[in-house]
Design a protein around this ligand. Sequence first.
Ligand SMILES: [Zn+2]
Length: 404
Amino acid sequence: MTTTNSGKSWLTPLLTTWRERRAWVLEQQISIARTAAPTGNESERAAMLQQDWHDCGHAVEQDRAGNVITRIRPTSPAAAEGRPLVCLAHLDTVFDADQPLTVRHEGTRVHCPGIGDNGRGLAAMSVLARVLQHPEVRARLQRPIELVLTVGEEGEGNLRGATQWFDDASARGLTPVAAVAIDGPGDCTIVHHAVGSRRWRIAFTGVGGHSWANASTPNPVHAAGACIAAIARLADTSRPFSTVAVTRMHGGELITGVPTQAWIGVDMRSLDPARLRTLSDALERIVKRVVLDESAREPARALHYAITVLGNRPSGQIDDRHPLVLAAASATRAVGRVPQSASASTDANVPLARGIPAIAIGAGGTGSAAHTANEWYDDADSEIGLERAIRLIAALGTAETLSR
Ligand SMILES: [Zn+2]
């Protein structure tokens, strides 16, 4: 990758501006976090950020999934025809619509569900929209940059927004040169391994009965329990490269009755798509065997089962010598941090699974307890990670080539 034309000198005044505007960035982050955006119901937050981009002079559109998109065009007509760089940040949070989004300050810490994941990434997109619009930047761009705020990244959203964007791009014959997902706080990690996952709901049903008079009736809760025990053994053998966990369980009706139903939720993850398939097959075998065993107690009243796939996220990776990873590492060093490879499940899974180079990075500050109501974000030194993101996107946008 050639990044020599992204030299410090022209970018320095912009970086200084955003170092000085960190209070504005935090304010933006807080107002984002206070606008509810449950997966599947992101429209209020989407409208707010669409307005923000519109106010700073961008043409903004929403696709049919609900993603908010703007395209930064280079001044040079030749560059404007090039393959785009795409930068994504997810709009949605794991919280329900009725989750209180109250903000509590404690020094540089801000407590609020979703404040870091992905309030921070979205605030960085507000900054990038302003930085990239600058004539100094547009004159140097070697390719268009698409900024995309995605819906449906979390949980059962299954990366719906990112998938839609890449589907539409490929329908237009467009293959982005690279993709960068901006997700949460952080200033040193570079996610270039995408953890794939499958999530299942396994339901057992039977006719039920009296716990004394119908004691031999096949019992869905017993089947669920046997299934959990077998999955726990599968979990032990699947590490370190894969994980399997029973994450939910529910069943039964009366303390005095053989139940009519039980179900469990299973979450499995791996970097290796083949391993995910093997584990999925093993899971199905376990369920079938357990149902047969339990039903053998009274075959005329056999149990039924239903396996539903709730989540399916693709996996993929690029190695740490890939030019995109090297560019991110060099932006990290430029702000005085030590780059760290990481694996995660983000919008970057979608391009990585399609062979498009992609990474995910944080947007500055630190945080913890993401995906819980106790999530907090610490703004101390947040300008460092934000500067890293700006440097990286500027470098990728202005590099003459992005190939190996
Ligand atoms: Zn996130």
